[in-house]
Design a protein around this ligand. Structure first.
Ligand code: ZN
Length: 278
């Protein structure tokens, strides 16, 4: 199937915009030809420490300062992620992040008190309001995933990574994303993949804070893999996923994703926009 898309703006354009703090929002637009884009938003100066997705990648890949990773999960009543999703997330992060004191999940039921749809600014502000810890506290790195009620402003989006430590996944949209035929993939399988996908953006995949030595970024969907067997394939975070891939969804980083992370970790490629460097 030929997928038509429009690239609104390349990350390079965004980067060139200057020193001002910005964030990257991964948005997948749906319909008539599935289209994907990255839009950016200028943040206030005082929010500079929030960074961009991938801004704490080295803090995860390296253990010289941060020896432990805690995934803080803040879910609204009825939106708690499946344990298969959090187990898988933990497993995938253990695979790539060097955390001798472990990767753990800390879940809290949260009342966000928000009506209507979510923008990336909402995800950031409600996220930060509810963080139990600063992302870097002593020797622990804290990443956060919100599971709110309601959907994203673009309701074809299942999940977004909005800064260096904050993700949101929209359960109602995940539910709608399940496959039309026999409900395969199931909403649970979609959730399994989306949670790993968004964590992949916090690790900087693909080409957010580095330039891969392999050509595996989809030119039509910046910061996503061109391999539909990678969890970083663009459609993983789109409600159309159930109709694009029927049956088994990828929920693992592919070889080239893993190679990129290894290259970042070992200094083979330069890593930019880091809030912390070893
Ligand atoms: Zn994505």
């Amino acid at each position: 199937m030929v997928v038509k898309f429009e690239t609104m703006e390349s990350l390079g354009d965004i980067m060139r915009r200057g020193q001002t703090q910005f964030s990257v929002l991964i948005v997948v637009l749906l319909m008539s030809g599935l289209s994907g884009c990255i839009s950016d938003e200028i943040l206030f100066q005082n929010e500079e420490s929030r960074g961009i997705p991938g801004g704490l990648a080295m803090a995860c890949l390296d253990s010289s300062k941060y020896t432990k990773l805690v995934m803080e999960i803040d879910y609204e009543n009825g939106y708690q992620p499946k344990s298969s999703s959090t187990d898988m997330l933990k497993q995938r992060l253990e695979q790539v992040c060097d955390k001798p004191d472990g990767v753990s999940i800390s879940s809290t039921e949260t009342i966000f008190g928000k009506e209507g749809s979510w923008t990336s600014d909402d995800v950031r502000s409600f996220g930060w309001e509810n963080k139990d810890n600063q992302p870097r506290t002593d020797s622990t790195l804290y990443w956060q995933i919100l599971f709110p009620s309601g959907s994203y402003t673009d309701d074809s989006v299942l999940g977004v990574a909005v800064d260096a430590s904050t993700i949101a996944i929209f359960g109602d949209s995940v539910e709608e994303a399940k496959g039309p035929i026999f409900g395969r993939p199931s909403a649970e399988e979609v959730e399994n993949s989306v949670i790993v996908h968004e964590a992949g953006h916090l690790l900087g995949l693909v080409n957010i804070v580095y330039q891969s030595l392999s050509e595996h970024e989809d030119p039509d969907h910046p910061n996503h893999s061109n391999n539909e067997d990678s969890v970083m394939y663009w459609a993983i975070e789109s409600t159309s996923i159930g109709s694009i891939i029927s049956g088994e969804l990828p929920n693992e980083f592919d070889e080239l994703d893993l190679e990129d992370l290894e290259h970042m970790k070992t200094g083979v490629v330069e890593v930019s926009d880091q809030l912390w460097t070893p």
